[in-house]
Ligand binder design. Structure first.
Ligand code: GDP
Ligand code: IMO
Ligand code: MG
Length: 429
């Protein structure tokens, strides 16, 4: 298979960064197609940890990387990230790292609006990352956004900012009771970012076509997870972009026939950061143990992640939405040492077993997970590199996931390090 999309099947933080980094070895190009620096993708190479928020996780493998038109980009964060990578000897030159001219730019007022809205919403807040993601996509949809191509043309940039700034400041001050944007300071800062980033600009769709025609292998890197999708997730407790595999086409400017495989990343249990429904959430000692052993803290905001049992209703929903050709199970090592494990097979709703995530949050709140219980395994498994060497109970757990999702498991991650991986079938081969 030449071109593969990698997406999260749950609520994000499934370990996409680790798997993209691992598989980038077999790709020529890695493209992020949606989201912004709400994402935090962790890679651990020879014991050193890298967290990328914007730069595709293929950069550490020295691959050609693109930031897609479907993304929202905070230029200050991008510059900081590339400077860090550069200091570590990683090539982030304009030849290696390219930015779609059509990606949207996060402005200071987007971040201020995001934070101020969360504040006034009190206990009804979404629990956003506060990075201005929603307000930036909002301006894109209302056709008042600033694209990368607009940022790097000083006249167009000035005209676009002047057309919107009074409205943004009025809304910030009068409705949100927040600080307002200092126009002069913002123009100075963003003019600097524009000069710095302009050499990275690319017409992404054209670049993708050329690469595909030249027979290059492309890995499309998703951010967030299927149940944070703006259409298909647990709305309104979602992010503001489409996180499902189909959006790789829109967000990178390719057609569906150019995608040959979809790999769904499945954490061996479930986590969620931020507010919103979570039927299999654990509030007991087991939940705390998983949280601690899995070091489940947000890679972007440092917030403690909520933890629960694996939910295959979510996974089958993700199966319908993404048509995965394979699954990668991550963080399986974290479940080691538990006496027993549970897998949610269905939800019970009004006395019946159901197999989908209801759109109504009122209905979802009434859903009770139906579980199967499995014996755990006491052995440490992080050193294992072959499926056949896994303990019997671990294999039984994996087999049941395969049966309940009807998607073959292609890889298993047993630790955060690049090499702590069992490959059953390489998705690129
Ligand atoms: P992403 O957003 O999907 O890329 O995931 P994050 O990087 O936000 O969160 C995954 C966390 O789990 C990171 O700290 C990874 O280093 C870590 N991780 C990934 N795979 C494994 C694994 O198989 N075992 C363990 N113990 N940690 C893992
Ligand atoms: P990666 O790519 C986990 C969550 C936020 C919040 C909701 C909306 O690392 O898996 P936003 O700032 O996007 O408007 O917040 O979405 N969220 C994530 N949760 N992983 C992520 O990314 C996330 N990106 C956003 O916590 O609940
Ligand atoms: Mg993350």
């Amino acid at each position: 298979m030449s071109n593969i999309v990698i997406i999260g099947t749950q609520w994000g933080d499934e370990g996409k960064g680790k798997i993209v980094d691992h598989l980038a070895e077999f790709a020529d190009i890695v493209v992020r197609f949606q989201g912004g620096n709400n994402a935090g993708h962790t890679m651990v190479i020879s014991g050193r940890k890298f967290i990328s928020h914007l730069v595709p996780s293929g950069i550490l493998q020295g691959k050609q990387c693109y930031l897609g038109n479907g993304m929202v980009i905070d230029p200050a964060v991008l510059i900081e990230e590339t400077e860090k990578l550069d200091k570590n000897g990683i090539d982030v030159s304009p030849e290696k790292l390219k930015i779609s001219e059509k990606a949207h730019i996060i402005m200071p007022y987007h971040k201020m609006i995001d934070k101020a809205r969360e504040e006034i919403n009190g206990d009804k807040k979404i629990g956003t990352t506060g990075r201005g993601i929603g307000p930036c996509y909002e301006d894109k949809a209302t056709r008042r956004g600033i694209r990368f191509i607009d940022l790097i043309d000083p006249d167009v940039f000035k005209e676009k900012v002047n057309a919107i700034i009074d409205e943004k400041n009025f809304y910030l001050k009068s409705f949100l009771k927040s600080e307002t944007t200092d126009l002069r300071q913002m123009m100075d800062e963003y003019t600097g970012y524009a000069k710095r980033l302009a050499p990275h600009a690319v017409n992404l769709s054209v670049a993708m076509r050329q690469a595909i025609d030249a027979g290059k292998k492309i890995l499309f890197e998703g951010a967030q997870g299927t149940h944070l999708d703006i259409d298909h997730g647990t709305y309104p407790y979602v992010t503001s972009s489409n996180t499902v595999a189909g959006n790789a086409c829109n967000g990178a400017g390719v057609g569906p026939r150019d995608i040959h495989g979809v790999v769904g990343i499945v954490k061996a249990y479930t986590t969620r950061v931020g507010a919103g429904p979570f039927p299999t959430e654990l509030f007991d000692e087991i939940g705390n143990r998983i949280q601690e052993k899995g070091a489940e803290f947000g890679a972007t905001t440092g917030r403690r992640r909520r933890c629960g049992w694996l939910d295959t209703v979510l996974l089958r929903n993700a199966g319908r939405l993404n048509s995965p050709t394979g699954h990668v199970i991550t963080k399986l090592d974290v479940l080691g040492g538990l006496e027993f494990l549970k897998i949610c097979t269905h939800y019970e709703f009004q006395g019946k077993n159901i197999d989908e995530v209801p759109a109504s949050l009122t209905a979802l709140a009434q859903c009770k997970p139906v579980y199967e219980t499995f014996p755990g395994w006491p052995e440490e498994i992080s050193h294992i590199r072959k499926y056949k060497d896994l303990p019997k109970n671990t294999k039984n757990y994996l087999k049941r996931i395969e049966e309940l999702t009807n998607v073959p498991i292609q890889m298993i991650s047993v630790g955060s390090g690049r090499e702590e991986t069992i490959v059953i079938k390489n998705p690129f081969k």
